[in-house]
Design a protein around this ligand. Structure first.
Ligand SMILES: [Zn+2]
Length: 201
């Protein structure tokens, strides 16, 4: 690697910091871009900067948005009494891609994870409770990933809602998803079944 010119080494180093990219893939990407037409590389650079500049966090659901309130939250045909709680904005995309869900979302921003020093106060849990208290909510679907952290977070939220004595149905997505799986990587049929097979806690 030391024989390579510094700019290539630097780019490989940057790619290696991306999720799921190891040294081999990073090297392949760097050389691919080195040989690609200049306009393609400019397009990627511009799109990256544009994304960072124009994408905001929705004030209501904390998902991604181009304006203060995202398209889903501002869509009057969506059922605001049905809230699907997910870990990250990418999970919203996974469920939206199924096409059948007509409620809204609440993005937590992660999971409770003591090993990484992430406590409930670091997530949008109080915001969820506020939302439930201030709006007619009939059902909260806890759609955190079926991992240890996802389960712990779902249990925590369930307990928190119960202790507030709020009258609503709390459900957890079904067991179709394998333990340790990510919603993001689940195939559509499995995720559909998990949503349909949700059960009351
Ligand atoms: Zn929103």
């Amino acid at each position: 690697m030391t024989a390579l010119p510094r700019p290539i080494v630097d780019l490989i180093g940057v790619f290696e910091r991306l999720p799921g990219i190891g040294p081999k893939s990073a090297t392949r990407l760097a050389f691919y871009l080195l040989n690609a037409p200049k306009h393609f590389v400019e397009e990627i650079s511009n799109d990256l900067l544009e994304m960072k500049k124009s994408i905001k966090i929705c004030n209501e659901c904390f998902g991604v948005s181009e304006s203060e309130v995202c398209e889903i939250c501002s869509d009057s045909s969506r059922d605001k009494s049905l809230i699907c709680v997910v870990e990250r904005a990418i999970d919203v995309i996974a469920i939206e891609n199924l096409g059948g869900y007509k409620g809204v979302y609440h993005v937590l921003g992660g999971t409770v994870n003591p090993l990484n020093h992430v406590g409930p106060e670091d997530l949008k849990i109080n915001e969820l409770i506020d939302k439930i208290e201030n709006r007619e909510v009939s059902e909260v679907i806890l759609a955190t990933n079926p991992t240890m952290e996802g389960e712990a977070t779902a249990l925590y939220i369930n307990k928190k809602i119960q202790t507030q004595n709020l009258k609503l149905k709390i459900t957890r997505i079904g067991s179709g998803l394998p333990m340790g799986a990510d919603l993001e990587f689940a195939d559509q049929a499995t995720l559909s079944r998990a949503m349909e097979g949700r059960r009351t806690i």
